[in-house]
Design a protein around this ligand. Structure first.
Ligand code: IMP
Length: 193
């Protein structure tokens, strides 16, 4: 089964392809020569995932899905949330985003946060949503070289290291995206049988 994942992010495609059975073939936007940035203007993660999946569905009428992820920090009333990618400004900059978040959390004792991923899957004009979440805390400083985004400052609950100090395989076992993807995969497996 060929499914379009509406993302330009090769890290995500790699991360997800590693978790999939061989009979499901994921194709990214670059593979189908869609080079434009699909607007993410909705106020919620679900809404943004749906915007992206809809864009591809209308263009290709092939099974497709999109995701949107946010880091939601308790002491900041859920910030950066849907603004995670562009928290520090309109140009995406992971280092600037991390620095801004660490600054805002200075002197705040509550560092609880979670990552939340929403998938929107469209097939045969039916739309389904799947969500995954991982609880954790924001570290005092950046630690680790792996991963991307806020990984160097996110310590998952029950661990003493950041996502960026984990291997991709370790992160994939517990991540927000893995949990959301598991739900999507159950759905896909039911479609295939
Ligand atoms: P997106 O919706 O997946 O594009 O993610 C929005 C923002 O959240 C981006 O700035 C990403 O860097 C960040 N982000 C998404 N997933 C992760 C993750 O697994 N670890 C760290 N940051 C992430």
């Amino acid at each position: 089964m060929k499914i379009i994942f509406a993302t330009q992010n090769p890290n995500k495609i790699k991360e997800i392809q590693n978790m999939l059975p061989a009979n499901i073939n994921i194709v990214g936007l670059q593979d189908i020569h869609v080079n434009e940035d699909i607007p993410e203007t909705a106020p919620t993660l679900n809404g943004n995932a749906q915007l992206k999946a809809n864009f591809i569905w209308k263009k290709f009428q092939l099974p497709c899905f999109a995701d949107d992820t946010g880091l939601e920090v308790e002491a900041l009333n859920g910030e950066p949330g849907v603004r995670s990618a562009r928290y520090a400004g309109e140009v995406k900059n992971d280092d600037a985003n991390i620095q801004l978040l660490l600054n805002k959390l200075q002197n705040k004792p509550n560092r609880f946060a979670h990552f939340r991923t929403c998938f929107c899957f469209i097939h045969k004009n039916e739309t389904h949503f799947f969500e995954g979440k991982i609880e954790g805390e924001i570290a005092i400083e950046k630690l680790g070289q792996n991963g991307f985004g806020y990984d160097p400052i996110f310590v998952p609950k029950g661990y003493k290291k950041t996502f960026a100090q984990m291997t991709l395989a370790e992160k994939n076992k517990i991540s927000h995206r893995a949990k959301a993807l598991e739900k999507l995969l159950n759905h896909l497996n039911n479609l295939i049988v």
